[in-house]
Design a protein around this ligand. Structure first.
Ligand SMILES: [Zn+2]
Length: 677
């Protein structure tokens, strides 16, 4: 045990994880050992004979399990970015240990009593804002964990919690199963009409893999989306859409109808046990939009604002389709097809034209320089920091006064063992300990196009905005200046956390910024002016329709989670009622959204789907302030840094936002940006 590097102090530069010394076999014993240590720490707090106060209870609790946290974040990060069979096995093995440990904490009665004592008199201790919020957060996590329930209710509570996690897993498995179950097998070349060559090639490889002739298209996005955009065969588009939108709703063993009903009713039961009227009321308690009324008003207002634009977009597509000889109504399976055609006709830009201006090398230095311009921070390459894969790049980040801020890891390309998508994460969050500022270790992981032998890595426009997005989260981590770890960096309310990231995406549409750096990787020529203008123009294309569609999901999510009496088993009728006012297309029977709505029944977006739009309102409003004062304005940037990026969750988000902006966020900038007004 003594030579397990996970349990030692790391004598690496900036105490970064010594990846070169860590082996998979080190994880389990180190986690077991550090759970024991953490349990001792918990016991010490719970059994202390001192009068409970903020320091000896709440602050001490935040310090519990420092080593455990360090090791688990390492394990989970590796399991996402650079995994293999044995690492996956270890992760599965330790997961129940970690769940049990966290249940043991929330269901520790002595500990809960102490927390409640501090919580009840939090106004009288002279606590500062950060300490008060930490007290409220800890208290809330105990309440939602069932700590205040009577002993006879606890068994039922635990049983429901366990059943709910099993149901969510089952829900997701069914959706996955049903997504993979369908194939569109084409053997007649004529049926490929309109499809791009790369897609046809992919479909032929898929057929080969399944030992069939011809071409196979599937419901996975890289196949489904372009098929719906480009296929000239209307009956085949219809077939694909019907298959996609009836996943887990086909009265077979993978049907999720009953799971939806069970999940909704069990969530309601838990909420009621804990004293709330509805599940939404329970979940929204610590959000920026902290009541059902606020969320509903938000969705309703945006609905009214976007309705004319949604109808305008819809009508534009109809007129365009008619001009190409389309007869009858526009069905759901016609939408993507005519949209894509119209977009191309109007803007004549696509990825192939843009990519040569966005080489990864240029994009990286442009984004780092943007941070330097805005916040006066510096990035210094360091090749001596241990990394988990030779492809990972590391930078030291320094503040304007030369003080050390953070380490930044950049991991750009897909490879076996790495999850899809892009994300920001940390190997250590920022906090103060014994008066010392412990700086964070931040990591940005992506799956950007790889270079080939002849071409450098050239990013699509979407990859450029993804980089900016994750870099925005990274700044939120790197610039953090808080005291307690569980409130620092990106540990903020879910409907606030996307503000720093979505904010950064705005720069991708700014001539002033692109003009500074985007040059053709071969000719060195600057990105042409007409392209810059078209990028901005194309960004409002069909935004009215998209907004409307996002809102319809928000309404559906809220409908399921604001019920106050158990629902019966007809999920079709329930869904039809919830979505009726956002229905633009003729209804096709046999289709259902809820049965495959994994965001809210599998993942963690229950009563939270509205958050996507909510954060867009914030980021558009924040960026408008930059547009008004100059997008590189140092004072505006300083205010964004001081009031948002440094503060984590140490104050209420609306107060932080108000201090940055000088007023409450308005929905107008979003409406303007998306061309809804
Ligand atoms: Zn994000």
């Amino acid at each position: 045990m003594m030579n397990n590097p996970l349990l030692q102090n790391w004598k690496t530069p900036f105490a970064t994880p010594p990846f070169d010394l860590i082996e998979t076999s080190h994880f389990k014993p180190a986690i077991e050992e550090s759970i024991m240590t953490a349990s001792e720490e918990i016991k010490k707090i719970a059994e202390s004979t001192e009068v409970p106060d903020f320091e000896n209870t709440i602050a001490s609790l935040d310090e519990v399990g420092e080593t455990l946290g360090k090791i688990t974040s390492l394990l989970f990060n590796l399991n996402s970015a650079d995994t293999n069979k044995s690492l996956q096995e270890v992760t599965l093995e330790v997961s129940p240990l970690l769940t049990r440990f966290s249940n043991d904490i929330t269901l520790n009665e002595k500990l809960y009593e102490k927390i409640k004592t501090v919580y009840d008199s939090r106004e009288t201790y002279g606590l500062n804002k950060e300490q008060k919020i930490l007290t409220e957060r800890k208290y809330r996590s105990f309440i939602l964990g069932g700590a205040a329930l009577k002993p006879e209710e606890r068994a039922r509570f635990r049983a429901i919690s366990e059943e709910l996690s099993a149901l969510s897993l089952k829900f997701e498995e069914n959706v996955l199963e049903e997504t993979s179950a369908f194939e569109l097998h084409i053997t007649d070349k004529e049926d490929l009409a309109g499809l791009p060559e790369s897609l046809v090639e992919m479909a032929s490889m898929e057929a080969e893999k399944r030992k069939k002739n011809g071409w196979i298209f599937t419901l996975h996005f890289p196949s489904y989306i372009p098929f719906m955009q480009y296929s000239e065969k209307r009956n085949l588009r219809k077939k694909m859409l019907m298959a996609y939108s009836s996943r887990a709703f086909r009265k077979n063993e993978f049907d999720n109808s009953q799971n939806v009903v069970k999940i909704v009713n069990l969530r309601l039961e838990i909420a009621k046990m804990l004293g709330f009227h509805s599940y939404a009321e329970m979940i929204l308690g610590d959000r920026m939009a902290d009541t059902q009324e606020k969320v509903e008003k938000f969705l309703e207002d945006l609905y009214n604002e976007s309705k004319p634009a949604a109808f305008r977009d819809f009508n534009n597509i109809k007129v365009f389709a008619d001009s190409l000889g389309h007869k009858g109504r526009i069905e759901r399976y016609d939408w993507a097809f005519y949209s894509e055609k119209l977009k191309k006709e109007k803007y004549t830009i696509d990825d192939e034209i843009l990519k040569p201006y966005f080489s990864l090398e240029k994009v990286e230095s442009a984004i780092l320089e943007l941070a330097t311009t805005l916040y006066n921070i510096k990035f210094v390459r360091n090749n001596n920091i241990p990394v988990y894969n030779p492809e990972v790049k590391t930078f030291e980040v320094y503040d304007r006064d030369g003080s050390f801020l953070s380490i930044l890891y950049l991991d750009y390309h897909p490879r076996p063992g790495k999850n899809g998508g892009a994300w920001m994460t940390s190997f250590r969050d920022q906090k103060k300990k014994d008066g010392k500022d412990i700086r964070p270790l931040i990591s940005l992981v992506a799956n950007f196009t790889r270079p080939t032998e002849t071409t450098p890595s050239l990013l699509s426009f979407n990859e450029l905005t993804t980089f900016l997005h994750e870099f925005g989260h990274s700044l939120h981590g790197m610039l953090s200046r808080c005291t307690y770890e569980s409130l620092s960096c990106t540990n903020v309310a879910r409907d606030f956390v996307e503000l720093p990231s979505q904010f950064m995406e705005n720069f991708a549409f700014e001539k002033q910024w692109l003009d500074r750096w985007a040059v053709h990787y071969q000719t060195g020529e600057k990105i042409p002016h007409e392209i810059l203008i078209k990028i901005k123009e194309a960004s409002t294309f069909n935004e009215g329709y998209s907004c409307y569609r996002q809102l319809s999901f928000g309404f559906l999510d809220m409908a399921w989670h604001t019920v106050t009496i158990p629902v019966d088993d007809n999920i079709s009728e329930f869904e039809a009622r919830a979505m009726s006012k956002t229905q633009l297309f003729p209804i096709i029977s046999g289709l259902n959204m809820s049965a495959s709505f994994a965001h809210i029944f599998g993942g963690g977006y229950a009563a939270g789907y509205y958050g996507y739009k909510w954060a867009e309102v914030l980021d558009a409003d924040a960026f408008e302030y930059f547009t008004e004062t100059g997008i590189f304005n140092k004072n505006t940037a300083e205010s964004f840094r001081k009031n948002i990026l440094e503060k984590g969750g140490t104050e209420k988000p609306d107060e932080l936002y108000f201090r940055f902006r000088g007023k409450q966020p308005s929905v107008e900038p979003l409406l303007k940006r998306s061309g809804l007004k």
